[in-house]
Design a binder for this molecule. Sequence first.
Ligand SMILES: Cc1cc2nc3c(=O)[nH]c(=O)nc-3n(C[C@H](O)[C@H](O)[C@H](O)COP(=O)(O)O)c2cc1C
Length: 304
Amino acid sequence: MNRPGWWRLDPCAPFALGPRTLPGRIWTASGCFGYGLHGHDIAAPDLATPYEGIGAVVTKTVTPQPRPGNPMPRLVELPFGAINSIGLENVGFAAFLRDVLPELEARGVPNVVSLAATRPAEFGTMAARLYEVGRGLRHWHGVELNLSCPNVAEGGHDFGSDPATVAACVAAARPHLPDRILVAKLTPNVAQIAPLAAAAAQAGCDAVAAINTVVGLDVDTASGRPVLPRRFGGYSGLAIQPIALAKVDEIVREVGVPVVGVGGIVDARDALKFFALGCVAVQVGTAQMRDPFAAARLAAELRR
Ligand SMILES: Cc1cc2nc3c(=O)[nH]c(=O)nc-3n(C[C@H](O)[C@H](O)[C@H](O)COP(=O)(O)O)c2cc1C
């Protein structure tokens, strides 16, 4: 059969994205593989480490200050996905720079650091400091902006749902990352995602990642109340794949920006769908939480 170009992509070969060459196109999604530090501590019969064939681990999102996260329960497992309300639990930016980033480098884990903040200017401050500390590191490839936080400076609406605020966050970080990639991660919880992608592209990002989780809610039928204390959470996993594909397609057709596809990718066939639509790379999230070797196995399967 005469296969199209995307069919022949080697997902584990280095590829250029913005100012940087990344080791591969299969990444793990933020929040679903911790900080990427503990992969060497586990083994599987077929793979020595979960990093085999992985282009980048996108770290758990890091915020300016440490966060304890939301009260339990904060994860609901459903037949085809999960709803989470973790609340961005993380060690905080200072501890991340001191303890995590050097360790990722020492262990040779290719990584992209996910950042969140509550004011656009904070993204600039964090990017500048990260570059100061990380500019000499080989395995740190760049930053992914998690734009799903409330914008404190602008009255609390999500950064992610307003094109002007998306642009402000990207513009704040861009000048501080001259030779590292800058990815803007977009929310699917909007009627149209293309204006967000266009705003991010105009402000200078190298790629957009689509999608973050979809707003969801589950009800406990015994009590009649929502299962999660905060009612709503972020729905992820296989069930959201068609939504992710639709959002990716909208961006690819309407905006000329590289897209990193994420949402419901479990196996190689799922990843192929995103590549077929034009994605330059993909991320594995919920599947990676269920099995830390999911992304590595997917990469091996895709290669075959
Ligand atoms: C438990 C959990 C925690 C997550 N934490 C983050 C996070 O800290 N930052 C972020 O940008 N996305 C986070 N996500 C969203 C994922 O990175 C991904 O965008 C989403 O889950 C869709 O992909 P999937 O269907 O493969 O899981 C989280 C998802 C889950 C399930």
